[in-house]
Design a protein around this ligand. Structure first.
Ligand SMILES: NC(=O)C1=CN([C@@H]2O[C@H](COP(=O)(O)OP(=O)(O)OC[C@H]3O[C@@H](n4cnc5c(N)ncnc54)[C@H](OP(=O)(O)O)[C@@H]3O)[C@@H](O)[C@H]2O)C=CC1
Ligand SMILES: O=C1O[C@H](COP(=O)(O)O)[C@@H](O)[C@H](O)[C@H]1O
Length: 491
């Protein structure tokens, strides 16, 4: 990555005093400044509802960064460089009269314009139209929008239509922050740069795939948002389906955004519909009750701050997913994600089929399949479990399964792994869309998710309870053991 003029930008952050801006955007901008990637002349316009002076807001940014940037990475001179780029204006986003003022800020500057909508999605269309009507657009505009893009297929269309009325698809950057994670991008390198794997990546060689995204956190004061969404919408519709697509897609012909996104869409279209009759064996939802997390007692979901005690919103989901295409026929993808699980930990496990003819100790036959374990977080890395002979005169031809390990922290020790938002903001500055989600991806994902939600609603069956600090409801174990398999838990 090098600093260059074509990345010089005017970044307007709508909702610049909100949680996302504080927790993710300004820390990411700080790291880009520290890496000398913010081009000279790049500027930030922070926008929010309340009156503040630019000096006050700059001070808030400094205080926020002091809290959030690790001490060993904090450099006062970098912070000062960053805040000098920032100006603050108060604006009611829904009121079109005040938008023309924004042109004053843009006057006579030819920087690329990046509009970052860190606001509730209901405002995306409003902001887009107000910007257009006040001529506050530019030829080189890039518009970044956050998840959730809607609540279901229909509401996502309303948001996408509102954005599409003003902007072309090539100007829209829909964030799924999982695509900004270094290890997630590595899936593309792993699969398409290593012929060793590329040639083994199908139903002839793989028996099944597991994807686990576990969180130890609970709702963290986000009841209002989370209870309307639930874990299926909050995590599976976007992050886990994106991971599944990156594992399952066919090789793109190049690394361009549309080549990659075309292949992901083919996977989403091939997801087998889960009918009401299939639900019992294909979908499990859970809700946590009181238990413990990181050694401390924690309340159940229904006792969280602000909770409605009758909520049936799920905090855990496990699914068996089948992909109806040539490559994946007969290869289930077992995916699970939940809040208040024992630890924060995400991994993908590719289970390869055993050799066609087994000649070793029959008692060890269960060992006889290779596994590729891709650890997304924490402790990013990969391990390929291979079978070797157990050492020692007394062991005969006993097998042992051991890892070929690649720990990113150890192997690339001097290189800091960037946070997802650093990568994503940098890609927006470069105008590269391959880590952002295209409209049809969002909509195909919703179409598949909606039928599961409808099935749950129609069945009236409440989520299964699990104690905080456990691995989810027992039924999620049955979902995979029923097929003679287990969740891989050698963590
Ligand atoms: N927070 C997070 O970790 C994540 C957030 N997101 C998404 O990012 C977006 C922002 O979330 P988050 O930062 O948490 O939300 P917040 O409510 O914390 O921040 C929203 C910001 O927008 C401002 N705002 C809202 N309405 C108006 C208006 N009419 N006029 C002017 N300012 C307005 C708010 O100002 P005021 O405070 O005055 O109301 C606030 O600064 C949402 O779409 C969310 O779903 C996605 C992933 C993670
Ligand atoms: O988008 C979201 O992601 C976070 C989990 O992200 P991670 O990077 O910490 O794995 C999740 O907690 C949140 O509910 C969801 O909205």
């Amino acid at each position: 990555m090098t600093k260059s003029d074509h990345t010089r930008c005017d970044l307007m952050i709508f909702g610049a005093l909100g949680d996302l801006a504080n927790r993710k955007l300004f820390p990411a901008l700080y790291q880009l400044e520290r890496a000398e990637l913010l081009a000279e002349g790049s500027r930030v316009l922070a926008l929010a509802r309340h009156e503040h002076s630019t000096d006050d807001v700059r001070q808030q940014i400094v205080d926020n960064l002091r809290q959030r940037v690790p001490a060993e990475e904090f450099d006062q001179s970098v912070v000062e460089r960053l805040v000098q780029r920032v100006e603050y204006r108060s604006l009611d986003f829904s009121c079109c009269e005040s938008y023309p003022e924004l042109n004053g800020w843009r006057d006579s500057v030819n920087n690329n314009l990046i509009v970052y909508m860190a606001t509730p999605p209901s405002l995306y269309g409003v902001i887009a139209r107000n910007l257009r009507d006040s001529d506050c657009c530019s030829e080189n505009i890039r518009v970044v929008v956050e998840k959730p893009i809607g609540h279901d297929l229909q509401s996502s269309r309303v948001i996408n239509d509102a954005l599409g009325e003003v902007y072309a698809e090539s100007e829209l950057f829909r964030i799924d922050h999982y695509l900004g994670k270094e290890t997630v991008q590595n899936l593309i390198a792993l699969r398409f740069a290593n012929n060793l794997f590329a040639s083994q990546w199908d139903q002839n060689h793989i028996s099944h795939v597991e994807i686990t995204v576990a969180e130890s956190l609970g709702i963290e004061g986000r009841w209002g948002y989370f209870d309307k969404a639930g874990q299926l919408r909050d995590m599976i519709q976007n992050h886990l389906l994106q991971l599944l697509c990156l594992i399952a897609m066919d090789p793109p012909s190049d690394l361009s955004a549309d080549s990659i996104r075309d292949e992901k869409v083919k996977v989403l279209k091939a997801l087998r519909k889960i009918t009401p009759a299939m639900m019992e064996h294909y979908a499990v939802r859970g809700q946590y009750t009181a238990g413990s997390s990181e050694g401390k007692a924690v309340p159940g979901y229904l006792d969280e701050k602000g909770a409605d005690k009758s909520s049936d919103t799920e905090t855990f989901v496990a699914l068996k997913v089948e992909i109806d295409n040539w490559r994946w026929s007969g290869v289930p993808f077992y995916i699970r994600t939940g809040k208040r699980l024992p630890e924060k930990f995400s991994q993908i496990v590719i289970h390869f089929k055993p050799a066609p003819h087994y000649i070793f100790d029959p008692d060890q036959k269960h060992l006889a399949n290779n596994k590729l374990i891709i650890r997304l977080q924490p402790d990013e890395g990969m391990a390929l479990k291979i079978l070797t002979k157990d050492q020692g005169l007394d062991k005969g031809m006993r097998l042992r399964q051991g890892p070929l390990e690649l720990s990113f922290a150890e192997t690339f020790a001097k290189v800091r792994i960037p946070e997802a938002y650093e990568r994503l903001l940098w890609e927006v500055m470069k105008g590269q869309q391959y880590l952002f989600v295209r409209r049809d991806e969002v909509e195909h994902a919703w179409r598949w998710i909606d039928q599961i939600i409808t099935n749950w609603q129609d069945s009236g069956e409440p989520p299964k309870r699990y104690a905080a600090g456990g691995w989810g409801p027992v039924a999620s174990v049955a979902l995979i053991t029923r097929d003679g398999r287990n969740w891989y838990e050698d963590v």
